[in-house]
Design a protein around this ligand. Structure first.
Ligand code: 13P
Ligand code: SF4
Length: 302
């Protein structure tokens, strides 16, 4: 293991590369990354990165977003099969159909989406900036794609808008059920429940805090409570425990693991940096169209 880490550090220097990692990848990959964060933070890091190579320890839409925002860098993915299923859960025809049906409409696209889907949207959001971005849009009608649960959570806070939802979902967050959260609360009544907004509305309703992965980490760190029930992917435990060695974190079941994020290993990070394989490439016209929606998010969210 130590040998592998040394190899990665050496390759990072040789390739003039930076390693970005999402909070859901395995602990040892987070530990060796130069930047670890939620989707919004990592997109902002990628935008400003000046190293020649960005190695993205995450799922495909994250690497794609990095390439869209920073086309002069080489972006490489440790495993091309690490793909978020939700990122594909909307048909372009459906977007066109809703655009025809509604005037005064904004198509708001969760960053968990393919570049092609982004290219048909007006603005992107992440779970940490969606409320700010959508509330500042002038349009009354909001078509929120692809995730229904995040859409419903934001919609519940903006009654002045008319939301149209799409039926995309995250299977990892959907596996967290209200019944299991209630059972965990029964066992640990003193615990605060921290929920990612990709969870279903009945789980969101049980949250003492609802927010992005970094929101959950920051909330638990600032809280004077010392026990928490975590309703998101369990990769966040690494940072939660680093920042809060004296606090206790419980899951609500055995399925809070994203199999796609878990495809990233020290071995495939090393191989990718060594061989510069799995480079993210996008046709320039598609990149420019998708960039508009990401730029709009960055402009509004700041
Ligand atoms: P965050 O932006 O909160 O890190 O979420 C990304 C994600 O994929 C959640 O499933
Ligand atoms: Fe996609 Fe869910 Fe995995 Fe996040 S946790 S990358 S939304 S499948």
């Amino acid at each position: 293991m130590d040998e592998l880490k040394k190899e990665i550090e050496q390759l990072k220097k040789e390739r003039n590369a930076v390693l970005l990692a999402h909070y859901y990848v395995d602990d040892e990959v987070q530990a060796i990354a130069d930047y670890v964060g939620d989707s919004y933070y990592l997109a902002k890091v990628a935008l400003k990165e000046s190293k020649d190579v960005i190695c993205f320890a995450g799922v495909n839409f994250m690497g794609e977003s990095a390439k869209i925002l920073n086309p002069d860098r080489m972006v490489v993915m440790p495993d091309q099969l690490a793909d978020c299923p939700m990122a594909h859960m909307i048909d372009i025809d459906k977007i066109k159909q809703v655009r025809e049906e509604y005037d005064d409409l904004a198509v708001v696209c969760y960053i968990n989406s393919t570049a092609e889907i982004k290219s048909y949207a007006d603005v992107c959001v992440t779970s940490s900036n969606a409320l700010k971005v959508v509330s500042s849009l002038p349009q009354k009608n909001i078509f929120f794609i692809p995730d229904e649960n995040l859409g419903r959570y934001i919609g519940s806070q903006l009654p002045e808008k008319n939301f149209i939802y799409n039926d995309g979902f995250c299977h990892v967050h959907r596996s967290i059920t209200k019944e299991n959260v209630l059972k965990a609360k029964e066992v640990h009544p003193e615990a605060e429940v921290l929920v990612h907004p990709e969870c279903t509305p009945d789980v969101v309703a049980l949250g003492d805090y609802v927010g992005s992965t970094s929101g959950i980490i920051n909330y638990a760190t600032a809280s004077d409570k010392d026990t928490f029930i975590i309703c998101t992917e369990m990769g966040v435990l690494y940072e939660l425990k680093q920042k809060n060695p004296g606090k206790t974190f419980y899951s609500v079941g055995h399925r809070q693991f994203c199999p796609n994020m878990k495809r990233i290993t020290l071995e495939n990070v090393r191989d990718t940096l060594r061989d510069l394989k799995n480079q993210v490439e996008l046709p320039e016209d598609l990149r420019l169209k998708a960039k508009k929606a990401l730029d709009e998010m960055l402009r509004i969210a700041g």
